[in-house]
Ligand binder design. Sequence first.
Ligand SMILES: [Zn+2]
Length: 354
Amino acid sequence: MNPLEHQLHYPFGATQPEPGQALEVAPGVLWVRLPLPFALDHVNVWLVRDEFAGRQGWTLIDCGIARDEVKAQWEQVFQTALQGLPVLRVVVTHMHPDHVGLAHWLCERWQAPLYMSMADYALARLWSQPGAKGSAAGGEQAVAHYARHGLTDADSQAQIRQRATYYSGLVPAVPDTFHRLLHGYVLSIGGRDWRLIVGHGHAPEHISLYDPQAKLLVSGDMVLPRISTNVSVFDMEPDANPLQLYLDSLSNYDGLPADTLVLPSHGRPFVGLHERIAQQRSHHDERLADVIQACGARPCSASDIVPVLFKRKLDLHQLTFAMGEALAHLHALYFQGKLGRSTGEDGIVRFSAA
Ligand SMILES: [Zn+2]
């Protein structure tokens, strides 16, 4: 446990669901952990007891990536945890592969409708097309984007070029129709009203769900107990300001009770929502101060900022996220007027004290 985690309370301690099993975290709400083949090795998904259109069953929140071993774990969950009842609906918090990857398979397997925000549904459908440009992790446009910000070594570029099908490989399809989730609206699941809370900066239109009666927050990736939420500038929107959007979005959680049980997409359920949000704010304040200091010493590209923000060694997957994150910090300061930027004769964008 890192020191900041001591400010949080984990009501289930070290207990977590075994692969293919579900663990009840509140009446009618089950926790399932699905595997991920990355440094971040799991994603949490949630099953909520539902009654919909006159049928008893379950609503799933989030799906896992499209891999056979994930489907196999779902099948185990269906056999052991659903009490013989069907899946009635599939809710997806946002468009990232670990959340939407298997939505098409789950919706088809159960003839269940999909619920998602408009922006994330549209972008997931776009990026799941083979050959979609600007799908964040790879391809020629991503190579040019990262090169403009100082990642110019041939080896990294070759790897980024090869990852053009990264998204569509993990999200091969998205259902043809969906039901729209919107900020401030209520989604009734099994007679409980879940308030929908939008978050920007991590994904275009991320949706968290909050049940005020049970004081339960399905936070998705917007509030995580251990790791900080990724905020990246990707090639599709090169002038994006996602860190500012993310920090501004966190105020949408301000009114929630202090004893809310947070169900995050990664890590363990915890109590301490406001402590964790305060930690995230001060974490980014410190990072922004480090970035200003570095750019005050000499003009810095995003690539120059990566080792300022990340002290550990990064694999390529982590490096592209780190580049996106470094650029997010530079852009936040640039759009606040605290840094200027210019493009050098080498074609690389550098930021310096304004
Ligand atoms: Zn995410």
